[in-house]
Design a protein around this ligand. Structure first.
Ligand code: SF4
Ligand code: SF4
Length: 474
């Protein structure tokens, strides 16, 4: 099971910081040559495996797979599966579309090894195939990821066209990009199109976050989160007329202490949600929130935003979810406890609200897999994942409910399989899928059903409380 937040803090102190290799401490990461890779991972090879095998090492995307061969030495994940869980469900909900590997950041945990120099980008015809297949295949959500998806030149065309066809959209954004020239208009566009945002925030403190994402990333994210809150993101379905809906995320934050504008704001009632969360450290709402008599007096205040909505005419349901991932070779802490911690800290320090926190287990691929190999932590990390294997997470593995489209149109079972260079067993492309669904709409279920391709990186999805792009699964 995932450890407690206290275990997490202890682990965070022990692994991945002082003991980390140079690149984890902020030095420039060097390329792993094939020779170095073979030397550093040879202890994990089973007898009979040939680490020099060009066909294995060079398959698919070698730049992304320095740890993949080493993972083969561990007990096979596939043997944990029964017939049902090794196949997709009868109907798929999510189409995940990875529009490219280009990113303004180069995070140290990045499983797709994205960065400013990557040139792989999905083209518009491939996006059009995604839209056609989505509509014909009965999917319920298009989950757009990257890289920084915003950096694909056709990204805006994709989300505008998808929205015009009524497709529910989710975009995974690092948020930092939304402060860069040419991208600052996107928060408003996201709000206008009703896009759900999933934003990576590896930690709520500057120091811990910038260890993973690089200097100056934290303050930019905080500024963008505030902007998104002001646009209506992260406050669930607050009713502008009657205050906050019971059970909404913002109601959880301010609890019964929320009162409409113009009424004095009391201190939190003992036992209320915010009292539970911030305890004696609560020092009242921001002065401007208490003084404001009308939303027009202070349009940027939290209460004004809650009451009036971004355009002053309502309160749209704009979902903002945050993503946590550990800063080292350990499992994430309990998601619910961590969500409460994030909610409290972000509110106390920055007056930021959000809907959900997803705690995601680092997958031993890409840069993180590279780190594990280089630092000699692979065996220990895989040992942790395998020891924490939880069979009850198998039915909820995200690959059972989705198809993942690569930048070049190849189909995968998930984004991790993209990083591992493991396409779907059926060998389909999105163009082929769109055509098959168009030609035989009555056979959509059969066309979409497939046997999933697993590898030992899959232990990361099934350890402890489970892990998916939507956080814990069990
Ligand atoms: S983790 Fe996300 S933000 Fe960081 S480099 Fe990878 S794609 Fe970019
Ligand atoms: S890594 Fe992908 S294929 Fe493996 S269990 Fe997770 S979602 Fe499924």
């Amino acid at each position: 099971m995932a450890g407690s937040t206290e275990d997490y803090r202890q682990d965070q102190g022990r692994i991945g910081h002082d003991d980390a290799p140079g690149w984890m401490k902020g030095q420039r990461e060097e390329d792993v040559s094939r020779e170095t890779f073979v030397r550093e991972t040879s202890s994990y090879m089973q007898k009979g495996d040939d680490p020099q095998s060009a066909s294995r090492f060079e398959a698919d995307d070698p730049a992304c797979n320095p740890a993949r061969l080493a993972l083969d030495a561990f007990p096979a994940f596939e043997e944990r599966l029964d017939q049902e869980n090794s196949h997709t469900r009868d109907a798929l909900g999510i189409m995940q579309v990875n529009v490219g590997r280009r990113c303004n950041l180069s995070c140290k945990h990045c499983h797709v090894q994205a960065g400013p120099d990557r040139i792989e980008l999905m083209d518009r015809p491939t996006m059009a195939d995604c839209l056609d297949a989505f509509c014909a295949g009965g999917f319920t959500c298009m989950d757009i990821t990257g890289g920084a998806p915003e950096m694909n030149p056709d990204f805006e065309w994709l989300i505008r066209t998808a929205a015009s066809r009524g497709i529910p959209l989710m975009v995974r954004s690092n948020l930092v990009i939304l402060e860069e020239e040419g991208f600052t208009h996107l928060p408003k566009l996201y709000a206008d199109l009703g896009v759900t945002l999933v934003a990576s925030l590896p930690h709520y403190t500057q120091k811990a976050m910038e260890k993973q994402r690089g200097e100056a990333s934290f303050e930019a994210v905080i500024r963008v989160l505030r902007k998104l809150n002001a646009l209506g993101y992260g406050r669930a379905e607050g009713n502008p007329q009657s205050g906050l809906r019971q059970g909404s995320a913002i109601h959880d934050q301010v609890g019964d202490s929320f009162v409409p504008l113009g009424v004095p704001v009391p201190t939190p009632r003992p036992g209320s949600a915010i009292q539970d969360q911030v305890g004696d450290r609560f020092d009242g709402f921001p002065a401007e929130a208490q003084q404001v008599q009308s939303p027009d007096d202070h349009p940027g205040s939290l209460q004004a935003v809650v009451q009036k909505g971004p355009d002053g005419d309502g309160c749209p349901n704009l979902e903002l979810d945050l993503v946590f991932n550990p800063g080292g070779a350990f499992l994430p802490p309990d998601q619910a406890a961590l969500e409460r911690e994030y909610r409290q800290k972000l509110w106390e320090s920055y007056r930021i609200v959000f809907d959900h926190l997803f705690a995601i287990t680092n997958n031993p691929l890409g840069r993180f897999g590279d780190f594990l190999c280089r630092s000699g932590n692979l065996e220990a990390y895989m040992g942790r994942l395998i020891a924490a294997f939880n069979p009850s997470t198998l039915p909820s593995m995200m690959c059972r409910n989705q198809v993942s489209v690569g930048w070049d149109g190849r189909l995968y079972d998930c984004d991790f399989n993209q990083a591992a260079g493991l396409p779907c067993k059926n060998g389909m492309t999105i163009a082929g899928l769109a055509k098959a669904l168009r030609d035989r709409p009555e056979a959509a279920e059969t066309t979409l059903k497939r046997e999933i391709r697993f590898g030992n990186h899959c232990y990361a999805c099934c350890a402890g409380s489970g892990s998916s792009c939507g956080g814990a699964t069990a």
